[in-house]
Write a protein that binds this ligand. Structure first.
Ligand SMILES: [Zn+2]
Length: 229
């Protein structure tokens, strides 16, 4: 009761603003205002998500299903939101977008025998940031589709920021050994939904899939908030 009152009062003093423009008030039951809902570059369908992978040579062919919520370009509203998630600690945005992603695509798909594996960040980075953005997206997901989130199966063995390699090939080989299966966990999973924030070249997903495939799952599918175009 007191908490409800407090929340109402807090809302009056600090009305929440649209997650994208941060100017307008969001629509009821949304965190976006109407004009952002109409103008943000939402991907229309699973087919369009898949089509946007064209030319991303490091994205593994073995992944048969892929969904993205937004098209991603530099300096866009979507890039700005993802930046605020990662560098301003606004993980609530990640949860909200994860929920939208699940509502858009995943209520139509049977994921009952899947687990979610968020692309891991290095433990050092996780400590600095206080969270892993992919895991927060996954938490948004499971508010819609209740499947387990597994965070101790795949681990990041190198801190990404130590990479200075510029060309794609060496970047891929650097990433190739930056994820490993946790040697302390022997469990295998039948079907895996891998989640990342943004897919750019596909090399991160490629490196994760290489490792996850060692345990021979039936299916690995992928979802992300953004697909770069
Ligand atoms: Zn807005």
């Amino acid at each position: 009761m007191f908490k409800d009152y407090f929340n109402a009062l807090f809302g009056l003093i600090f009305p929440s603003l649209c997650y994208a423009c941060r100017i307008q008030e969001p629509l009821k039951n949304h965190n976006f205002c109407l004009s952002c809902l109409e103008s943000l570059p939402f991907v229309d369908s699973a087919e369009d998500s898949f089509a946007a992978l064209a030319g991303k040579d490091f994205f593994p062919d073995s992944v048969e299903n892929f969904w993205s919520l937004f098209y991603y370009t530099k300096d866009s509203d979507v890039a700005e939101m993802i930046h605020r998630i990662k560098y301003d600690g606004q993980f609530r945005i990640a949860r909200y977008l994860g929920k939208l992603l699940a509502e858009k695509y995943l209520t139509k798909v049977d994921l009952s025998d899947y687990v979610i594996i968020p692309v891991p960040v290095h433990p050092k980075r996780r400590r600095e940031r206080g969270f892993n953005q992919a895991e927060e997206i996954a938490k948004g997901f499971i508010s819609v589709v209740q499947i387990p989130i597994i965070t101790d199966h795949l681990i990041r063995s190198k801190n990404e920021s130590s990479q200075t390699a510029k060309d794609k090939d060496s970047r891929s080989s650097v990433l190739g050994d930056s994820f490993i299966l946790n040697p302390k966990k022997s469990k295998a999973f039948k079907n895996i939904l891998l989640i990342d924030d943004v897919i750019t070249t596909g090399s991160t997903i490629g490196a994760c899939v290489n490792q996850l495939s060692l345990k021979k799952p039936d299916q690995i599918i992928v979802a992300s908030l953004g697909i770069s175009i």
